[in-house]
Ligand binder design. Sequence first.
Ligand code: C2E
Ligand code: CA
Ligand code: CA
Length: 633
Amino acid sequence: MSTIAPGFELEPKRRRTLRAFATDWLPQGRALPEAVWQRRHRSIVRFALLQAVALLLFGLIQGFAVLVVLGDFAMIVVTALASRAPNASRRTRMLTATMALMISSAVFVDLARGITEAHFYFFVMVGVVALYQDWSAFGLCIVMTVAHHAVMGELVPRDVYGSAVEWRSPILWALVHGGFVLAVSVTHLVAWRASEDQDLADPLTQLPNRTAFNERLARALDADGRAPGPISVLFVDLDNFKRINDRLGHMAGDHALLAATERITNALREPDFLARLGGDEFAVVVAGPEADAMRVAGRINDVLQPPVTVDGREVFIRASIGVAGSDTVGSRDPKDLLRSADLAMYVAKAAGKNQVARYDAHAEQAVRDRDQLRADLRHAIANGQLHIEYQPIMSGDGETVAGVEALARWSHPTRGAVPPAEFIPIAEETGDICAIGAWVLKTATAQAAAWRQTIAGCDQLHVAVNVSAVQLDDEHFVEMVTDVLDSTGLPPEQLTLEITESMLVADRVATSGMLETLRALGVKVAIDDFGTGYSSLAYLAGIPADIVKIDRSFVKDLYPQSGSRVLVQSIIDLARSLGLDVVAEGVERSAQAELLQQLGCPQLQGYLYARPMTRTEFAVYAASSPAHASTAA
Ligand code: C2E
Ligand code: CA
Ligand code: CA
């Protein structure tokens, strides 16, 4: 077993872990904010100065020579004042103040001529330095107690100790007293460690909190004196937590957070360090380059994919993750690194959530642009920058206009057209989607009601409006829809609300109730982007919907022998047996249309027939279509 090499290897390694253990276990005043520390330090120094005065009087009363007493006084005062040196480190100032207190104790024992009771003073001082919540002050107390008792005990035993037993073996008794100081110190230490754990832990998840995270990150970057390797930070922000909280309640929110914590923890390995920064924000310190951190981020996203059961409901937890490594950011400042990871997280969110993004120099600009866009969007409605385009939905033979989908458009004054895929997520985040959605609904419904009257044969025209999940959180949504129908006079049967599948899956029960109410009014509900969510086909049976829109990604891959063909066939067959209507989206080529017709798809939508167009263009298109709007959807 005993080869030289392993011993050589082991030695520094063991020292490192011991050191890591000590820094992890021994309290270092970490939980003390600077202002609190300063306040305590000032009080302790004042206390030491007060003692100097008291001991001066005590010495004089005891009849000691003025010079001796003044010497003691000066020693305490100089040390106490030295501990206020503004340029010294926190630790140096603390140790100097501790020294002043220990000197006072020694002086007291000396002036009390070594009586045993005077020694209690040392223990009282340990209690005072405990206010620093730092183990090194204790270390100094022990060393100074033993040193004083041993050295002075050898020189003038009767001035240090109160009994003959002690006079005979001053060093042994110095060690005994040192042992007691150690015991008191350990008691304090354990007490703080417990309270520090509480201060540095998040009460819900028991994960380290923001303070603990900042500390750990700073220590990792500081490398504890070792050769500095790259360190990375992951910023993890849950995408839909607010919705879970708002719709299912705080208990469910807590439950989801705990589930997320458990899963993320499982995706990590020693010594990755996970903390909860607050709300739905988590962060991880990874001891490695950014490339390593990207892999960790990928694992976190993977483990979060399966649904979580909260209160018997299946809920999906999704996260946007930003990654920044000291190797790519080019800084070893903890603040820079966390900020970069945070920026990257915003980039991930902007890219459509449930994503991982790494920091790069453009992230900053991208985030600034997005903030600007967010601000501009606020005024877009008021400034008339929004309009709607209408895309025809055709009957299965592609001959007849059966309906029309309203799609929001934003003409930005300087940027030009901003695609809805970019501004709708922003509007959802800010809540502006409620105003935008209401405006689209009102405008498109009014338009459809007008077309019923003005375009011959369009009296059965259906209008489909996209509804965002956030809109359904508004309890007045149903009322708003009813008002719009009343004021425009469009029959409810001719309005379709398109809701994405993932929205339904995320929170089925709460959404279902509202959809049922709307359907009871006669309004149609369509499941948009079907197939992109995580539900199974069987799931179709239970959803409160009238129409299924097959996502265009399946239509894109639709060839006679493709897997998509089998899937599309199954959706159509199942939908038909359930009495649901089906629309295939994104039909671009006639081959796709033919195949869809063979499969019996009742409605088609896509560039093959028409792109989204202005209302004037649509009026012309619908009026000239061969047998317009004769089939009800
Ligand atoms: P969506 O609801 O799936 O809308 C269909 C999208 O597919 C539209 O994109 C449409 O222009 C596009 N499209 C139609 N036919 C084809 C085709 O043959 N090929 C291809 N490649 N694309 C086709 P658009 O207008 O960019 O809208 C994107 C998404 O933005 C919409 O997807 C919808 O989720 C959202 N959106 C648009 N308007 C609104 C709105 O008023 N409210 C809400 N909540 N979301 C909206
Ligand atoms: Ca849609
Ligand atoms: Ca769609």
